[in-house]
Design a protein around this ligand. Structure first.
Ligand SMILES: [Fe+2]
Length: 481
């Protein structure tokens, strides 16, 4: 049964689950919308595609729905010649296709027992978490590590699972990094069996050129990595999985307060034996901001969660889920000294913000600006402002979206012919809960607090979601915007 075929069912589900309601409610439609109303003017030197991934269940869930369970859907806005076209498409994962054929769900979500799920597939790979651009295609990626799914960056046409020319021997986790200068793609995956993590490098033409196992002491839930010009940084953080859950391919996490955080620095094409581990205070990290080399040191900025324990002040049937959906992070700088083996760390700022982005041309190289989403005090999953950090000083300026208006991860889009690091735009979906619709806001990255240069009005709502990227027009297949 479709989620939207029966409004009584939808109402019942929404009543018990806030992640099927309001701004989080899934959309049943796949649309291509042109002739959009624009307030202000789309900058003539903004050309490319803004695309964001997120969960959007195709069918009514069985049992308790967790926000992370929903089938991946990408929402893209192609901007060229002062005009915009919006498209949204489900990602045609294996699970999506099989459930579509069956006419209903085959998997229960991560809040439910797995025994009735397809044998050997404890969780459905939804590809719903991040979307990156590599080798002329978008790749939709999943936080639990799954198959990358390729899409055309303009039409969002399904290009099938990406196996990197038959060379992929693992899964790929959500946050893989592209080195803009070399065109290489760096990734890791993780799992419940030794060595618990694997690391790989994909060539610019899309074939794996390096792949090694990384020995961790046990099953973990790493979410992100970082790169510099010569190294990759992998994370072993003390959010550990229960061995009994791991044995069946599932996750039941707890935070080991006494266990250090460990950061593995591996030469870009290094072996497992080359990894140097740096210890730091216990924490969890969803997202790195950027990393680079400075003399003997590797500098890495992250959004650090100091206390990843679940909240204990919630009750009701969904308390466990809500307790773990907690973003309480601040920007932190680490320095790993390759000569002395010493780690130092300090907060860049103490404000609660997450979903960082930078100028993608500077991934792995020294950068000054980071753009993050300010976490609303009303809800830890809603973004009430867009922040621009000077990471050297920790000073930030913020654009507030306004009451009842919530933003999405806002990638940096360089202006055509850009000369400086912040010479360009920030692009974000903003959902207005009073209007029940979304718009695309374009800000001047050099003057964030001034607010949007233009607002591209959508006649529809873009559900609250996860990660986004910007694909510059000159990188699109065909080479033009
Ligand atoms: Fe993420």
């Amino acid at each position: 049964m479709s989620l939207h075929a029966d409004h009584a069912d939808l109402a019942t589900m929404a009543e018990v689950n806030p992640y099927l309601l309001g701004g989080f409610a899934p959309t049943p439609d796949e649309l291509t919308l042109t002739d959009l109303d624009v307030v202000g003017e789309i900058p003539a030197d903004l050309n490319g595609v803004y695309v964001r991934n997120g969960p959007n269940p195709q069918f009514e869930p069985k049992g308790r729905y967790h926000w992370f369970d929903g089938d991946g859907m990408v929402h893209a806005v192609h901007i060229a010649d002062g005009k915009a076209v919006y498209r949204n498409r489900w990602i045609r994962t294996d699970g999506f296709r099989r459930e579509r054929s069956a006419g209903g769900v085959l998997w229960r979500g991560i809040m439910e027992p797995w025994q009735d799920n397809p044998p050997g597939e404890a969780e459905k790979d939804t590809a719903n978490t991040d979307v990156i651009f590599h080798n002329e295609r978008l790749l939709a990626l999943w936080y639990r590590a799954g198959k990358p799914y390729a899409l055309d960056p303009v039409t969002l046409e399904d290009l099938g699972p990406e196996d990197f020319d038959g060379t992929l021997r693992s899964e790929v986790s959500a946050h893989a990094k592209v080195d803009d200068r070399t065109g290489e793609l760096f990734f890791f995956d993780y799992g419940v069996k030794p060595p618990y993590m694997r690391y790989g490098v994909v060539s610019p033409a899309g074939a794996i050129k390096h792949f090694v196992g990384i020995d961790l002491p046990g099953p973990r839930l790493p979410h992100d990595m970082a790169i510099t010009e010569r190294y990759s940084i992998l994370m072993d953080l003390p959010l550990v999985n229960d061995p009994r859950a791991a044995a069946v391919g599932r996750y039941k996490l707890h935070f080991e307060r006494e266990m250090p955080s460990r950061f593995g620095v591996i030469p870009r094409y290094g072996t497992a034996a080359d990894v140097r581990w740096f210890e730091a205070e216990p924490c969890f990290i969803y997202h790195s901001v950027n990393a680079w080399e400075e003399g003997d040191e590797i500098v890495m900025d992250v959004c650090r969660v100091k206390r990843p324990e679940p909240r204990s002040d919630l009750d009701g049937p969904l308390a466990q889920m809500l307790a773990y959906l907690r973003l309480d992070a601040h920007m932190q700088r680490y320095r790993f000294n390759l000569r002395t083996g010493r780690t130092t760390e300090h907060p860049v700022d103490d404000d609660n913000s997450e979903f960082p982005s930078i100028d993608q041309r500077l991934v792995g190289r020294r950068s000054r600006y980071a753009y993050t989403m300010h976490i609303s005090p009303e809800s830890e999953l809603l973004f009430d402002g867009l922040m621009k950090y000077d990471v050297n000083s920790g000073v930030a300026e913020t654009y507030w979206f306004g009451a009842g208006r919530w933003g999405s991860e806002a990638p940096f889009a360089p202006r055509a012919g850009a000369t400086g690091e912040d010479d360009g735009y920030l692009v974000s979906y903003v959902y207005d809960e009073r209007e029940g619709r979304s718009e695309v806001e374009v800000l001047n990255a050099a003057d964030v607090s001034a607010g949007p240069l233009c607002r591209i009005k959508l006649p529809v709502r873009v559900p609250i979601g996860f990660h986004a990227t910007w694909v510059p027009g000159e990188r699109l297949p065909g080479g033009s915007a």
